[in-house]
Design a protein around this ligand. Structure first.
Ligand SMILES: [Ca+2]
Ligand SMILES: [Ca+2]
Length: 144
């Protein structure tokens, strides 16, 4: 699953509307930056899980990202499933690395995956540092 649109809280703009969606659809060292005190939502394609799917068995996000030096530990939060599931990923300072997030699927339904949103929440207000995303995609498995 790949990112097809998004929403930038700071500008109030959609990522397709602003022309910035391509920043996060490939690993090319062009990145979307989320400032401290703001979130960015990324919407993933909704065409993969068939109508007959009965349960989601695996949902893994892969995020190529980095954070500015002095970004505070614990101040980066990723959320999904209508923001009911979250994680505080290990920071990757200055140079891109890919972090995978194997989401606990207990509460994840096929309908959730068909309107999947990945939120990057930057809570680093005390330091004012950026988190930057080069590429996001997700793998999902289900039972029919
Ligand atoms: Ca990169
Ligand atoms: Ca990119």
């Amino acid at each position: 699953m790949v990112v097809v649109d998004g929403f930038d809280e700071e500008s109030g703009e959609g990522l397709v509307a602003s022309g910035k969606i391509s920043l996060v659809t490939s690993s090319d060292d062009s990145r979307f930056e989320t400032k401290a005190g703001y979130y960015t939502d990324y919407y993933l394609t909704n065409t993969i899980v068939p109508v007959g799917a009965t349960s989601i068995t695996s949902l893994i996000f892969y995020v190529e990202h980095n954070e500015e030096s002095s970004f505070g530990v614990g101040n980066l939060v990723w959320l999904t499933d209508s923001n009911t599931v979250s994680t505080t990923p290990t920071l990757i300072i200055d140079n891109d690395g890919t972090t995978s997030w194997d989401v606990p699927v207990g509460s994840i339904t096929p309908a959730d995956v068909n309107s999947l949103v990945f939120r990057v929440q930057n809570n680093d207000v005390a330091n004012g540092k950026l988190t930057k995303v080069d590429y996001i995609y997700a793998d999902v498995d289900w039972l029919e």
